[in-house]
Design a protein around this ligand. Structure first.
Ligand code: AHR
Length: 335
């Protein structure tokens, strides 16, 4: 029953509650909060890097490219004052998915995902979207519906494959046979590079065989040893999907007594290791793939937090490097 005593008690309770909430730094909302749009953070439209918690479930540490990519994220976050939640999935998709779920539970502002493979992301991307956490796909692509992620930043892997093919078309004008050391099976990088390579290679050049070396030196070497045994004298060139596999494979090539320049070889990445291979006469070209994506991703993440419009696809500007400039450029290479 509402009488004078009860009204006083209710006012007293509201007063105490207000004091407790303000003591905890929490304000009772004056009106209902407007619905949060995808990616908009509580501090928007004036969020700064200091407000940002960014999740980066890195796919692994398989190559020099990857080490540079990790360093780019860690260094940029430290410089800008971004709180980075970093993990290493050791090239296992299930580890990346667990890390993503943990970040969703922690309520991070933005997730930047470098997907180890292209498929199998739909469910977890949907979970992030339901939680209102935007995902920026970084480096490799995903096959999920583009509406499930806010943006993709990275290289055009098909163009990289096409650039490598264009080099072989110049190196083997009368045709020939080449071998391919491919990256991680099912990864956007390997799928795109293989596709672009096949599309742009002259019809008088055949791909004798293609095997994965999983983007690592350790796996590149035995794959090349097996190729050398199986196809001795039957090929004129080798296409490596990355510099680390080239470094491992060239150890096997050297051990087989082959001299620099006897085989035409082209790789991808443009790491210091790749530059050294060009200087030593092993590689005839190195197609750039830029790992230094930290600044661009954090800039985009801040825009998302402030509800600003962003492009859904941002491709990195890249080029092809050749032995003639390798010595001069090596000291200034950042990775
Ligand atoms: O996705 C980019 C590729 O991944 C790089 O070419 C390779 O070195 C890395 O492991």
């Amino acid at each position: 029953m509402i009488n004078k005593t009860n009204v006083i008690k209710i006012f007293g309770f509201i007063l105490v509650l207000t004091m407790v909430l303000s003591a905890c730094g929490t304000k009772a909302p004056a009106t209902a909060a407007p619905a949060k749009t995808f990616g908009e953070a509580a501090c928007g439209p004036n969020c700064t890097y200091a407000d940002m918690t960014l999740c980066y479930p890195q796919l692994g540490a398989e190559s020099d490219w990857r080490t540079a990519n990790t360093a780019s994220f860690k260094e940029t976050a430290a410089k800008l004052g971004v709180k980075l939640i970093f993990s290493d999935a050791q090239q296992k998709q299930e580890n990346q998915i667990s890390a993503l779920r943990s970040c969703i539970q922690q309520g991070v502002n933005v997730i930047a995902l470098p997907p180890v493979v292209e498929t199998g992301w739909d469910a977890v991307l949907q979970e992030a979207q339901t939680a209102g956490i935007p995902v920026i796909v970084v480096d490799r692509s995903v096959s999920a519906d583009p509406s499930l992620y806010a943006a993709h930043i990275g290289s055009d892997m098909e163009i990289e494959g096409k650039r490598a093919a264009a080099e072989f078309n110049k190196l083997l004008p009368d045709g020939g046979a080449v071998l391919e050391l491919s990256g991680t099976t099912g990864s956007g990088a390997a799928v795109g590079r293989a596709k672009g390579f096949r599309e742009a290679l002259n019809p008088n050049i055949t791909i004798l065989d293609s095997q994965t070396g999983n983007f690592t030196r350790a796996e590149g070497k035995p794959v090349m040893e097996a190729f050398l045994k199986k196809y001795e004298g039957q090929f004129q060139g080798v296409f490596f999907h990355n510099d680390d596999m080239a470094i491992g494979a060239i150890e096997a090539i050297k051990a087989a007594g082959i001299q620099p320049g006897e085989l035409k070889m082209v790789s991808v990445d443009g790491t210091r290791g790749g530059f050294q291979l060009m200087i030593d006469g092993w590689l005839q070209a190195d197609v750039e793939c830029n790992p230094l994506l930290g600044p661009q991703v954090m800039d985009l993440a801040l825009k998302l937090m402030n509800g600003q419009p962003i492009a859904h696809e941002a491709l990195t500007d890249e080029q092809v490097y050749y032995p003639d400039k390798a010595q001069e450029l090596l000291p200034s290479r950042q990775y």
